[in-house]
Design a protein around this ligand. Structure first.
Ligand code: SF4
Ligand code: SF4
Length: 278
């Protein structure tokens, strides 16, 4: 079972929920697909066992075979390959590695070479299998790395998947095929606005969803009204607590500092299971 944790906006406590749900359940996988800024491992502190380079195939042209016909440039949807007179220019950072240019080349002049976009790190922390992607600095191509992290999901286990915030392409790639998505929000106008966008995305992807309201005693009550109107279950509410903020700032998981929350996270999982069965 894959439980994705997402949020319409950053800073809502998404990683706090994902990390502590993993700790409360024990023996699970924690997949960090927030590959631009993975930070769950800072709380879990895994002992690393593997670092795997992840790349995408980009074209390399053999000038001795190329006739500069321009077919490769015509087929590339991303303008990653351009033919000017007697020169083929390749822009590797725009290339999505689809292979269309090498397939179409009539002279068999294109070979594919691997370009690293990031690494996947694997490790173990107190019985939790931790897998996270780390995109190379300045690298725009997050989806191939996210897909690689997801390949390590063990379908015999529970996998807690931490997605990046927002509703853009990397979020869709991360949460797609999840059994459930938990959307973490806060009761503010910005929180509500971004929650509505995230709900739309999850509904389009046909992923059952529930909401966690963090810092539930600040702001207004509009998130509750919205969830009621949209028939979205609110599965957990966490009030603003200085101790939670302090443990977060020290990189200590909430459950290690305030163990009273363990039962609440276990109940959260039971409620998710009930929602999936509906
Ligand atoms: S399709 Fe092949 S032969 Fe034509 S310009 Fe591109 S690399 Fe050269
Ligand atoms: S592999 Fe695809 S994206 Fe990359 S240059 Fe070729 S056609 Fe364009």
């Amino acid at each position: 079972m894959i439980i994705a944790i997402a949020s319409g906006k950053g800073g809502t406590g998404k990683t706090t929920i994902a990390v502590n749900l993993a700790i409360a359940l024990e023996g699970v996988q924690y997949l960090d697909c927030d590959v631009e800024e993975p930070n769950g491992h800072l709380f879990l502190n895994p002992r690393l066992t593997d670092i795997i380079s992840v790349g995408i195939p980009v074209p390399r042209v053999d000038d001795s075979k190329c006739t500069y016909c321009g077919k490769c440039a015509e087929v590339c949807e991303f303008n990653a390959i351009v033919v000017i007179k007697e020169k083929v220019l390749i822009f590797p950072e725009l290339c999505h590695g689809c292979g269309a240019c090498s397939y179409i080349c009539p002279e068999d002049a294109i070979e594919e070479v691997e370009r690293e976009v990031g690494v996947v790190k694997k490790g173990e922390a107190d019985g939790i299998e931790v897998i996270y992607g780390l995109l190379n600095v300045g690298e725009p191509m997050a989806p191939p790395l996210i897909k690689k992290v997801k390949q390590f999901a063990d379908h015999q286990k529970i996998a807690i998947l931490d997605s990046s915030p927002g509703t853009s392409c990397p979020v869709v790639v991360a949460v797609r095929d999840s059994d459930f998505c938990l959307l973490v929000t806060e009761p503010t106008p910005f929180g509500l606005h971004d929650l509505t966008l995230a709900v739309e995305v999850m509904r389009k992807l046909k992923i059952p969803l529930g909401v966690v309201i963090n810092r539930s005693d600040v702001g207004d009550k509009k998130v509750w009204g919205y969830c009621k109107k949209e028939n979205i279950p609110i599965l957990m509410e966490i009030p603003h607590d200085r101790k939670i903020a302090e443990s977060y700032s020290k990189g200590i998981p909430l459950l290690k500092d305030i163990p009273e929350y363990r039962n609440a996270f276990k109940k959260l999982y039971q409620d998710i299971k009930q929602e999936i069965k509906k």
